[in-house]
Design a protein around this ligand. Structure first.
Ligand SMILES: NC(=O)c1ccc[n+]([C@@H]2O[C@H](COP(=O)([O-])OP(=O)(O)OC[C@H]3O[C@@H](n4cnc5c(N)ncnc54)[C@H](OP(=O)(O)O)[C@@H]3O)[C@@H](O)[C@H]2O)c1
Length: 274
């Protein structure tokens, strides 16, 4: 870097190979951040990296990693140190659901979900947060969900629980880092077009939902960027999702639970590969 040249900031995005994470990487790049793209599908990350370089003139680093591996967060942190990449923004986005009733699923699958969506999220905040505080600049987006604001539904059982965890974690971290220019935001999208429901195996059912219930990933990502820059600890995307969250707080809880009992969207297990 030539002397006098402004230092470019770097954003690390997990789950950047698809959906909301891909859009978040594009939004950070469009604001001049170099990006570190993390997910398992390396080819996808490379394609996105090339596009980002061409369209936004920033650097894109690629790291293929399975966040279900308990060693992955530390490896990611050490790899950044080895490459002399300072992380100024962290986006914990990688996620999915394990469809089916909890009792019918394999514990190994539930354990992996906790690793990816709870432990890795907390560990990455724990690893990268102190450096951000010491440098007096940090932006952390933890992707939660509207589901984290609602009571649990039958099926996909740990999903809402993991997202509620992410919301509370983010709120507490936002308070811990107050005054240090480290902003922490829990991003809570509702239904968003991505590969999420293809992975869950319920795309056909989800396609029956009216279009007004859905948002595009780029709109979600832009709102997330604005929210974390403004220092908002929690953002629910879209008017409808905000209205739903408000209703679940205002209505009698017995009624809310009765409504949730009708929501069996994730109760059907995805047929297992032979
Ligand atoms: N779409 C929605 O309606 C919706 C609503 C609310 C919240 N969300 C949340 O938004 C986040 C992004 O989901 P999405 O909708 O964008 O889904 P998506 O299109 O399926 O993308 C999920 C991303 O997570 C990555 N990922 C999954 N397991 C991983 C693992 N073990 N290690 C590393 N990366 C992994 C995937 O990459 P690889 O497969 O290449 O590893 C992919 O890049 C999730 O946290 C999800 O819970 C989604």
């Amino acid at each position: 870097m030539a002397s006098g040249e402004a230092k470019r900031r770097t954003a690390l995005v997990t789950g950047a190979s698809a959906g909301i994470g891909r859009e978040l990487a594009l939004v950070f790049a469009s604001h001049g951040f170099d990006v570190v793209l993390v997910a398992r599908r390396e080819e996808r990350l490379k394609e996105l990296g090339e596009r980002i370089g061409k369209e936004h003139g920033v650097k894109a680093h690629v790291l293929a990693l399975d966040l279900a591996d308990p060693a992955a967060p530390r490896r990611l942190f050490d790899e950044m140190a080895a490459r002399h990449i300072m992380i100024d923004a962290l986006v914990n986005n990688a996620g999915y659901t394990v469809p089916g009733h909890f009792r019918d699923t394999q514990w190994a699958d539930q354990k992996a979900l906790i690793q990816v969506m709870v432990t890795a999220v907390a560990e990455l905040c724990h690893l990268f947060g102190p450096g951000m505080a010491a440098r007096q600049y940090g932006r952390i987006i933890n992707v939660a969900s509207l589901a984290g604001h609602l009571p649990g539904a039958a099926g996909g059982t740990l999903y809402a629980a993991s997202k509620a965890f992410v919301i509370k974690l983010s709120e507490s971290l936002a308070l811990e880092y107050q005054g240090r220019n480290v902003h922490v935001t829990a991003l809570c999208p509702g239904f968003t077009y991505s590969e999420f429901h293809d992975v869950a195996g319920n795309r056909a059912e989800m396609n029956k939902l009216p279009k007004f219930m859905w948002m595009n990933g780029d709109a979600v990502a832009r709102e997330a960027y604005e929210a974390v820059m403004a220092g908002r600890p929690v953002i629910i995307n879209g008017r409808l999702n905000n209205f739903i969250a408000l209703l679940t707080r205002l209505l009698p809880q017995r009624l809310v639970h009765a409504l949730m009992a009708r929501n069996q969207r994730n109760a059907k297990a995805k047929p297992r590969a032979a």
